[in-house]
Design a protein around this ligand. Structure first.
Ligand code: IMP
Length: 429
């Protein structure tokens, strides 16, 4: 059986959690491969809303084993907090069900303090990070000074590593950023306690995944963030510090490309982003408020991790073409189609206008992107609630036309459409 990959096709928050939950029903293993607790994946089952930041969304299925892969950066405190919250709701988070790669890197309070200090120093130029220590943890990884999860099994080495790590980062925190140093003994004591609980979950995740694939079991790679937040293929520097794209799934789990089956891009029926940086189809005013929602519902456009209101705009096919290319998407899952009901006319960006010429691909540099103006096609909207629709042919004709227009333009089939937050509010094609 293959490794199927779920990728965010926009700037994150596309609804990957619910698509993972849907596809996890046919998977034996669900594995996270990049990012950390900067992600916010929401799964709604009946009245129950599960908000997960770090633990793979597959954990809610009791037949699925979940792996946090080597490409993930893990705040052990957050992992334990999520495990306890899930266990309190009857979800099995035993080592048989939830495994952590020995090669994953740990996020420490020093990383979080640095993230905050750096963002403060950037002032108006701030990236708008989630302040979870993600960038500094990946910096340490690339700098070969990180702390890998494998040390959770070795208390003495872990204590030494934490003391050296905090001492080194305190230099930067105090001398460069002028903030208070951390107490290494306090951090080391906390990590010793985390280690006791997390050590039984450690595995060589690449070996586990390889064995599963060879045994004919199916593995679902759960992406976090999105294509435009990729450190290479996103809107640099307003990106995260990892590779949420298909290539990142391979290195983040320790498998080669030949095991890959489907690569499902998840895209919202419109566009959102949190944080700073250019956004060609961004909307303001009435329509922005309409798409964002008030914040009263868990599915309104407010960050799951930060609570920040998301910026919203029309669907941008230049972005989705970029996602198709970077990830070799084999299918698309279109989420939140229901939010577009009762809007008389829907705009879809089909290309950019740059200095009087048409541009069909997503530019790689921000100054060029900032000069791009969207070229829109206008499609007629549809009236009425579609949240109870389960068959494609029962969608209003204009909703079907909207979906078909997107797949025709991209040359990628749209195989899943979500029409509401619930697990069952899904149209499969
Ligand atoms: P960081 O990943 O916390 O360093 O944040 C870097 C950028 O990625 C910021 O613009 C964040 O808002 C954005 N970001 C990180 N994770 C997510 C996510 O899960 N959804 C949406 N945006 C995210």
């Amino acid at each position: 059986m293959p490794l199927n990959i779920i990728i965010g096709a926009q700037w994150g928050d596309e609804g990957k959690g619910r698509i993972t939950d849907l596809l996890a029903a046919q998977a034996d293993i669900v594995a996270r491969y990049s990012g950390g607790d900067n992600a916010g994946h929401t799964v709604t089952i009946g009245e129950d809303v599960f908000k997960l930041h770090l633990i793979p969304s597959g954990i809610i299925h009791d037949t699925v084993a979940c792996i946090i892969g080597n490409g993930v950066v893990v705040n052990p405190q957050v992992m334990l907090h999520e495990m306890d919250a899930l266990a309190a709701r009857g979800v099995n988070v035993s080592p048989a069900c939830l495994q952590l790669s020995r090669q994953a890197h740990l996020i420490t309070p020093a990383h979080i303090a640095l993230d905050k200090a750096k963002e403060m120093q950037r002032g108006a130029e701030a990236i708008g990070t989630t302040l979870r220590g993600i960038g500094p943890a990946y910096t340490d990884k690339a700098n070969r000074t990180g702390i890998r999860a494998e040390l959770l099994a070795d208390p003495e080495e872990l204590a030494d590593a934490i003391h050296a790590h905090v001492a080194a980062h305190n230099q930067v925190l105090t001398k460069i950023y002028g903030v208070e140093p951390l107490d290494a003994a306090v951090v080391a004591a906390a990590f010793a306690a985390y280690a006791q609980r997390l050590a039984p979950h450690l595995v060589d995740s690449g070996v586990v995944i390889d064995a599963a694939l060879r045994d004919g079991r199916s593995v679902l790679a759960e992406g976090a963030q999105g294509t435009l937040l990729d450190i290479d293929h996103g809107t640099y520097p307003f990106v995260t510090s990892s590779a949420p794209t298909a290539g990142g799934a391979l290195t983040g789990l320790g498998v080669g490309p030949k095991v890959v089956g489907d690569i499902v891009g998840v895209a919202k029926a419109f566009t959102t982003r949190v944080g700073s940086g250019p956004f060609p189809t961004e909307l303001e005013g009435e329509m922005a408020l309409r798409l964002r929602g008030t914040g009263a519902n868990p599915w309104d456009e407010y960050g799951t991790t930060t609570g920040r209101p998301r910026r919203v705009g029309w669907l941008d096919l230049v972005i989705l073409r970029h996602a198709r290319r970077v990830n070799s998407l084999t299918a698309l899952a279109l989420t939140k189609l229901d939010i577009l009901s009762d809007i008389p006319e829907l705009k879809v960006c089909v290309g950019y206008e740059l200095d009087g010429a048409r541009l069909d691909h997503f530019p790689s540099d921000l100054p060029t992107l900032a000069r791009c103006h969207p070229i829109y096609d206008t499609l007629p909207g549809w009236e009425g609630d579609i949240m109870d629709v389960r068959e494609f042919t029962q969608l209003p004709a204009n909703a079907q036309a909207y979906v078909n227009f997107i797949s025709d333009q991209l040359g990628v089939p749209i195989s899943i459409i979500s029409v509401g937050p619930g697990r069952e509010q899904t149209v499969l094609r």
